[in-house]
Design a protein around this ligand. Structure first.
Ligand SMILES: [Zn+2]
Length: 485
């Protein structure tokens, strides 16, 4: 993340211009143009039919749900939703594409001219403009077996609905690229239209990178980095590619327009193929599919049911008194923020967020479990915090109850009662204990009174020991003050 800045600092007369195309795999029940199930199957060629395998004479029928997903994505990224858009055929030959064309949208996409706002390192906001969002079908997969030299085709993925979301070249560092991708991924996850799983290819980014001298009118020649499946690799690849292009120009050479791949092992980008011209695809409107007409009522209906977006959740958490840091952690994790919100309905204690970020996250990390697998429920945690707030248990015994809750999933007040962990708050009882400690430790008392103030901790420790950790620390401190001074 810092290295790009380093490269650009090293060549202060240059800037990098990055545009990103993201393919978002939609989580609809069925595929985009047929009723075959849209899910990952281990059995090759099991989720297929005559339509998604491109048999002659079949007619595609558009899945309405895909259009709704596109409208949602468009609204969440401040796009204009086109009242009329069309599907086009993009022609190319490849074994995993039996029709020899992909159905996509060309010059009339469903959404255009939007923006995603990202937060920069200094906390300021920057809009990244979206040029378009369009719907398309995915292709199948070729599987090459290295040792037998055989190739297979699995068409399960053919016809899987995708949204392609394309930015203007507004992104000007690896850091911004990463922030944009993180923001966009959260948006589609919040919308419930994509799993966001990068390793499985459900959210994949192609990055166009070019460099130019600051103040130049034209963009430099771009290279496309294809299919990089982690945020880290994307920012590493951008760092490398920025440096490579600047160094080419500095040594008097030029940048070739091409598609490059990130070599994870070597940490470099490598040529994959020279870029085909767009005209090679011979786009034309698909005569098998009708125009996509969207009414304002339809858009309004989707808007009405739009779930809360990450930026809205962030603002809401700040309004609840969380710090920017705390709110950010919750926003990045839908599961965790849902947990927080459920618990927050039951307790408004400021301790809640600390228990979630410190104790709960700590526990999940040390036991290598997910929140879903954990036996701590929002209800139990909120109840435990209320017990602390009311002074029924102290923080120390609360930790003990928490550990027990995590392994048994039982209610905090039941654990407290069974283990006799209620805070000892009875003044007479505690006074007896303090008197006993003083009687048993006369030497220390004399030393303390003579000015050895460090012994205070010793007396508190004794009191906690005698109350088995259950004494109310505040009362103990007050009583010690009374008897020792
Ligand atoms: Zn099918």
């Amino acid at each position: 993340m810092k290295k790009t800045d380093f490269i650009l600092e090293h060549y202060p007369s240059y800037e990098v211009n990055i545009g990103i195309e993201v393919h978002v795999q939609l989580t609809t029940n069925s595929k985009i143009f047929c009723s075959s199930p849209n899910n990952i199957s281990d059995q090759p060629n099991s989720n297929i039919c005559h339509i998604c395998t491109g048999q002659p004479g079949v007619l595609p029928v558009l899945n309405k749900e895909v259009v709704h997903c596109a409208i949602k994505a468009g609204l969440a990224t401040n796009c204009i939703i086109a009242p009329l858009s069309t599907f086009a055929r993009k022609h190319y030959f490849y074994p995993d594409l039996p029709k020899n064309y992909q159905i996509t949208q060309s010059d009339k996409p469903i959404c255009s001219e939007g923006k995603v706002v990202i937060r920069l390192e200094d906390g300021s906001l920057k809009p990244i403009r979206i040029t378009r969002i369009h719907m398309e079908e995915d292709a199948g997969k070729n599987i090459h077996v290295a040792n037998t030299n055989e190739s297979f085709i699995d068409l399960n993925r053919a016809g899987t609905p995708l949204l392609e979301i394309v930015t203007y070249p507004d992104i000007s560092s690896a850091y911004e690229a990463r922030e944009y991708l993180k923001s966009l991924r959260l948006i589609v996850q919040y919308l419930g239209i994509c799993s966001g799983n990068m390793e499985e290819g459900a959210f994949r980014a192609d990055t166009n990178i070019s460099v130019r001298k600051k103040g130049a009118q034209e963009l430099g020649t771009k290279c496309e980095l294809k299919n990089i499946n982690s945020f880290k690799f994307i920012s590493d690849a951008i760092e490398y590619e920025t440096g490579r292009q600047i160094e080419l120009l500095e040594s008097g050479q030029s940048v070739q327009q091409e598609t490059r791949l990130w070599n994870t092992k070597k940490g470099i980008t490598e040529t994959m193929r020279l870029k085909e011209e767009a005209a090679d695809y011979r786009y034309f409107d698909d005569p098998d599919l009708p125009l996509i007409i969207i009414s304002q009522e339809e858009i309004d209906a989707v808007k009405m049911n739009l779930p809360e977006l990450p930026s809205e959740k962030y603002e809401q958490l700040l309004a609840q008194g969380l710090s920017a840091y705390e709110a950010d952690i919750l926003v990045q994790d839908l599961e965790l923020s849902a947990f927080y919100e459920k618990a927050h309905k039951l307790t408004t204690s400021k301790q809640l967020i600390n228990w979630i970020l410190r104790d709960l996250m700590g526990l999940l990390k040390s036991t290598k479990t997910s929140l879903a697998e954990s036996r701590i429920t929002p209800f139990n945690l909120a109840e435990l915090i209320e017990l602390i707030e009311k002074g029924t248990v102290n923080t120390r015994t609360a930790q003990e109850i928490f550990i027990e809750m995590a392994s048994t999933g039982r209610d905090s007040h039941i654990i407290m009662q069974e283990k006799g962990l209620q805070q000892m708050d009875n003044l007479d009882e505690l006074e007896q204990i303090i008197k006993q400690i003083i009687a048993e430790n006369q030497e220390s008392v004399t030393a303390y009174k003579a000015g050895k103030e460090k012994l205070w901790g010793f007396f508190v420790g004794q009191a906690m020991q005698k109350t088995k950790g259950k004494g109310n620390p505040q009362t103990i401190n007050e009583l010690l003050k009374k008897f020792l001074n």
